[in-house]
Write a protein that binds this ligand. Structure first.
Ligand code: 8YV
Length: 320
């Protein structure tokens, strides 16, 4: 009988579907990852594996996974998986594109408006009893309408973000490893060099995946080229940003603020300097976290496992 390893607690309705396919071994914690040692042991026996970004899939875990046919990643990003190594071992890797596009873009947009209008500071101001009177510039922020927004990474999420900008009368710039003429025509987005994007944008929004090309892309040099009041938003991956350089840039007013849904180290340390900064809004990687979207992501993982175990093509296979 096929063994299906699930590394995080998922709702019964999905477990029941997996039980139709094989024996399910599920880690019963919702917020705690399965310890690496246990994962390495369990994966040796498994035919299919349903994982989250907390699991690092490398040669160490694949070399003994003799029965494994599929790794279904509960995310569109798959930088946690050594896809070449999986391919070498004849293991299919799948991810969850499309189903999370709109939800993730929506979170990015929320983050941009939140930082621009200083919503978290304003809420704390009221909660802490500081609202004693009113002043003309009290907690005044930055307009998104009429501004220039630069999108780094014009994939599906980047395009969805640009669609949301249509009602805001903004100039839209983008940088991507390849041009997207559809986005240029339909969304009135202008392709520019990375430097141009940094220099001209009032809001720089990163939606890119983590690759060898994008790693540390937002470093001291990049921040030094941005406008002094520019706001940087990251909904891609934490390692695209040199966080020390970002902290310096915020401290020295080289940029105006940032909103990050993704961090180099997740969860972020409670004493991390970014958490002490008024002009930084930090979220716990909730880009795709709406109930409907999480259901769709989990269902897609289940459907991919089902396809592979039934000898069919997976729906959303990842290729390097
Ligand atoms: C995931 C994400 O929910 O899809 C991605 O790449 O970053 C999020 O949508 C998160 O990574 C949990 O696995």
């Amino acid at each position: 009988m096929d063994k299906i390893l699930v590394t995080r607690k998922i709702p019964d309705k999905f477990v029941q579907q997996l039980q139709q396919l094989g024996e399910v071994q599920m880690w019963n914690e919702e917020f705690e990852p399965m310890p690496r040692e246990q994962f390495l042991k369990e994966i040796e026996e498994s035919t299919a594996c349903f994982i989250t970004l907390s699991e690092k899939i490398d040669e160490e875990c694949l070399k003994h996974a003799e029965h494994l046919k599929i790794i279904a990643n509960l995310a569109v990003g798959y930088d946690n998986i050594d896809v070449d190594s999986a391919t070498k071992h004849d293991i299919d890797v799948t991810n969850t594109p499309n189903v999370l596009t709109e939800t993730t873009a929506e979170l990015g947009f929320t983050l941009m408006l939140t930082v621009a209008r200083r919503i978290i500071e304003a809420e704390h101001y009221v909660q802490e009893g500081n609202w004693k009177s009113w002043g003309p510039y009290l907690l005044s922020g930055k307009d998104v309408h009429g501004s220039t927004v630069g999108i780094y990474g014009m994939g599906e999420i980047g395009k969805s973000f640009a669609r949301r900008l249509q009602g805001f009368n903004t100039e839209i710039l983008y940088h991507n490893r390849s041009r997207h003429e559809d986005a240029e025509q339909q969304l009135n987005a202008q392709y520019v060099s990375f430097d141009d994007l940094l220099e001209r944008s009032d809001f720089v929004v990163c939606t890119a995946p983590l690759t060898s090309e994008t790693a540390d892309k937002f470093n001291a040099t990049a921040f030094s080229k941005m406008k002094n009041d520019a706001i940087f938003i990251n909904i891609g991956r934490g390692a695209i940003v040199d966080e020390e350089a970002l902290i310096e840039a915020l401290e020295h007013h080289q940029i105006g603020g940032c909103g990050l849904d993704v961090l180099r180290e997740e969860p972020i340390r409670f004493d991390h300097p970014l958490l002490k900064m008024n002009n930084a809004v930090i979220l716990p990687h909730i880009g795709s976290a709406s109930v409907v979207t999480r259901d769709r992501m989990i269902q897609l993982c289940v459907d991919n496992i089902k396809a592979i175990l039934q000898g069919e093509q997976p729906l959303t296979q990842v290729h390097n």
